[in-house]
Design a protein around this ligand. Structure first.
Ligand SMILES: Nc1ncnc2c1ncn2[C@@H]1O[C@H](COP(=O)(O)OP(=O)(O)O)[C@@H](O)[C@H]1O
Ligand SMILES: N[C@@H](CCC(=O)OP(=O)(O)O)C(=O)O
Length: 281
């Protein structure tokens, strides 16, 4: 794989992993993926990087626990499943990260916490302290308490946008978004066999949004649209994002080595001087 993206200066990285990468098709947790992720992120911390993980999977893990194969529509069932699955997920993360000697912590957020300057500052300070101690904070939405009421917005909607908010607020050098697909294509590859992988984008336009469709699996939620919205947020803050396939999370090492993997969202002026192809077969 060509190596021409410059990631040498990336010292703080946010990694987002979606439910479809954390679950097997049969509804059980994908232990191999979680193990690879724990190994890889610990490897980055050991290299001196600061790492924040935004992990989905609470509702998916809860569904697996209770034996559901379809995500229920009732909010109270989703919230109850998240409550079951979040602790299940953290137990597995705790075990796998501990195997590599890495400490982790749990940060559950709601939108209103980040809306109010004071609570936002407290979260910010706690995260800075965790990173300073070399701990990997594992962030998710606090799904069991987050609901949207008319005058009180507590949900983020999805973890793609949550991860962008976390990356922006923590001034991360890079957001790596792992999904069940190799990157952003000219059309949904599950429907359009001619779709081509876009290697680099400098802005998210209406045309890009038209090319993005919904989720591909029973477990995914936002599909490509929410990933593009996250990318737009990142670009508007002059930051970088790589969207790549999380089937084997050790791909993060390749991304950090500057290899041309997935789709790189990068402001145009940052990209100057790099020899990146825009589209490959
Ligand atoms: N233009 C596109 N490029 C790539 N994937 C697309 C595109 N449009 C829609 N998709 C769909 O988005 C899916 C990824 O989103 P999602 O299922 O929500 O995964 P995750 O659980 O990783 O968030 C892909 O598997 C694919 O089916
Ligand atoms: N907070 C939810 C995940 C929401 C979400 O955006 O999921 P995904 O599209 O799999 O990243 C959970 O933990 O189940």
């Amino acid at each position: 794989m060509k190596s021409n993206r410059h990631m040498d200066n990336v010292s703080r990285v946010v990694v987002k992993i979606g439910t479809s990468s954390l679950m097997n098709a049969n509804g059980k947790l994908n232990l191999q993926a979680i193990d690879q992720l724990s190994y890889t992120l610990t490897g980055l911390v050991n290299e001196g990087k600061q790492v924040i993980l935004v992990s989905s999977g609470a509702i998916g893990a809860g569904m697996g626990r209770v034996g559901l194969t379809k995500r229920p529509e009732q909010i109270q069932k989703q919230q109850a499943l998240a409550s079951i699955g979040q602790s299940e997920l953290m137990t597995v993360y705790q075990q796998r990260f501990a195997a590599y000697g890495q400490q982790i912590s749990q940060v559950l957020l709601t939108h209103d916490v980040l809306d109010y300057p004071q609570s936002r500052a407290y979260v910010h300070n706690a995260m800075e302290q965790l990173l300073d101690w070399g701990i990997i904070p594992i962030v998710n939405e606090n799904d069991t308490v987050a609901v949207d009421e008319l005058d009180h917005r507590t949900t983020f909607g999805d973890n793609d946008q949550l991860s962008a908010i976390v990356a922006v607020r923590s001034h991360a050098d890079l957001l790596i978004m792992l999904s069940d697909i190799d990157g952003f294509y000219t059309g949904n590859p599950h429907q359009d066999t001619e779709a081509k992988l876009i290697r680099e984008l400098h802005e998210v336009t209406d045309d890009s949004l038209k090319r993005a469709g919904g989720a591909g699996t029973e477990f995914g939620t936002g599909g490509m649209t929410t990933k593009l919205k996250a990318a737009a947020e990142i670009l508007s803050h002059h930051q970088m994002m790589v969207l790549a396939n999380g089937a084997n999370p050790s791909i993060i090492f390749n991304i950090m080595n500057g290899e041309e993997i997935g789709t790189l969202f990068m402001p145009k002026d940052m990209s100057e001087g790099m020899d990146n192809d825009r589209i490959v077969e």
